[in-house]
Design a protein around this ligand. Structure first.
Ligand code: AMP
Length: 427
């Protein structure tokens, strides 16, 4: 099946094409047509299956096709998800799929100031992506009304339960209108979730897709304990092995990705980088070069790597270990596809060890740490690294102190505008 056959609006089709998606994933193929007809959906699926598009696309399409009369926009769709990372990811997806549509969306979550969120809500949004705590908070303060919600998504329901959000959800549900379309997603179906689906869903279409975490059983997972400053040396050392003919290297940040490209170029290793600051053309060229086999390494950030479809990849290297275990599973799921052999190699600094623990907990499988490599963490190395970090922190503190003093001086001489301006330039 193709996206064209899903009868998408041309604006959405164009956006999906821009994302580089070649065909719908199984959950999209099954859920999108039903959801577009207004049917409730029960998706037993995990992050990495393409479930976000499976619910976002029908919402965007239906919102666009049935515009209410002019006036202030009420919230027409609520998407609830347990973590801020997931909320932000869903927001990014809606932004991408709705790129050519006028619909407005916003994302709210706790742990940050509420004012910018409230201001965005005041301006009017069609789609609200929220974590339960902040949503309730803003509802209680009278900033949010759910009276006009037509499309409701409960994402990662089992995780909501694990994280203790079920009470919040029970407070939110009665505030939603009786008549609405509900799409419910959960990776697992424990009894409490089954009960919840019964109260929430009306004759739903059920779609169950393979958990991505199955990647963890097919992919060989290796890791190296290594201090951050030694990671580049370890990478170059590993790439001496001709067996690694091609690898997708993940970097947490855009700057990190650029830095890695430079290091690789210096070592005469062909590479391309894709991340949010690269122009579409640059990304496409890098991807093509990699797919054609002209580039040995593709360095990517998680967001940029979404939607790129590379088959028969044998190696994924996690230069940084993500703090969200799902991201790791998604990364390693890029290799070992369709029964192919795949290896993931992770570089683990001391600070990243807890992330490994949560990955192992989620996958139920131990990651194999390779002993006796040339950049093994030694006690002397740790000491040196800590000293370096301390001196860095001290330098930072001195700089901050200098800034504070400069600002104070400027304030005292009544010259606050200038101080603020120069502060801005520095950032
Ligand atoms: P999700 O399960 O929604 O978190 O999606 C997992 C990843 O798959 C995201 O990075 C999406 O950008 C990507 N994705 C979603 N749909 C497709 C598709 N049809 N083809 C390729 N990648 C996709």
């Amino acid at each position: 099946m193709t996206f064209k056959e899903l009868n998408l609006l041309p604006e959405i089709l164009k956006a999906v094409e821009e994302m580089g998606y070649e065909k719908p994933t199984p959950i999209q193929e099954r859920a999108i047509p039903e959801a577009m007809n207004g049917r409730d959906v029960l998706g037993v699926a995990q992050t990495g299956t393409g479930k976000t598009a499976a619910f976002s696309i029908p919402i965007l399409q239906q919102i666009h096709q049935n515009q209410p009369e002019k006036g202030r926009k009420p919230i027409r769709s609520l998407i609830l998800t347990p973590t801020r990372e997931l909320a932000a990811q869903i927001g990014d997806n809606i932004k991408a799929y709705g790129k050519f549509l006028p619909s407005k969306y916003t994302v709210i979550f706790g742990g940050v100031g509420q004012n910018p969120q409230v201001n965005r809500l005041r301006a009017g949004v069609d789609i609200l992506v929220a974590t339960p705590g902040r949503l309730l908070d803003l509802m209680n303060q009278g900033h949010i009304s759910l009276k006009h919600v037509e499309f409701f998504v409960l994402d990662e329901a089992d995780r909501m339960l694990d994280m203790g959000f079920i009470h919040d959800i029970k407070k939110i549900l009665p505030k939603l209108p009786q008549t609405k379309q509900t799409m419910f997603f959960s990776a697992t179906m424990p009894p409490a979730i089954v009960t919840l689906t019964k109260t929430l869903l009306n004759n739903p279409v059920s779609v169950t897709v393979d958990a991505v975490s199955s990647a963890a059983t097919t992919v060989k997972q290796e890791a190296y304990h290594v201090l951050k400053p030694d990671k580049k040396k370890l990478l170059l050392h590993l790439l001496k092995n001709p067996e690694i003919d091609q690898a997708l290297v993940f970097s947490r940040t855009k700057r990190g990705a650029d830095r890695l490209s430079k290091i690789l170029a210096k070592a005469n290793i062909t590479s391309g980088a894709i991340h949010g600051d690269k122009a579409q053309g640059q990304r496409e060229r890098a991807l093509k070069g990699f797919k054609d086999g002209n580039l040995r390494i593709l360095v990517a950030t998680d967001i940029a790597a979404r939607g790129i479809d590379i088959d028969s990849l044998s190696y994924v290297i996690n230069y940084d270990i993500p703090n969200e275990p799902e991201t790791y599973i998604h990364r390693i799921g890029r290799t070992g596809r369709a029964g192919a052999e795949g290896t993931s190699i992770s570089f683990c600094d001391i600070d990243e060890r807890p992330f490994v623990k949560s990955i192992e907990k989620l996958t139920g499988k131990k990651i194999n740490f390779i002993p006796n490599h040339p950049f093994e963490i030694t006690d002397a190395g740790i000491k040196e690294y800590k000293e370096m970090q301390d001196s860095f922190t001290k330098q930072n503190e001195i700089q901050m102190q200098k800034r504070r003093e400069a600002k104070k001086k400027a304030r005292e001489s009544g010259n606050t505008g200038g101080a603020r301006k120069s502060g801005k330039r520095r950032r």
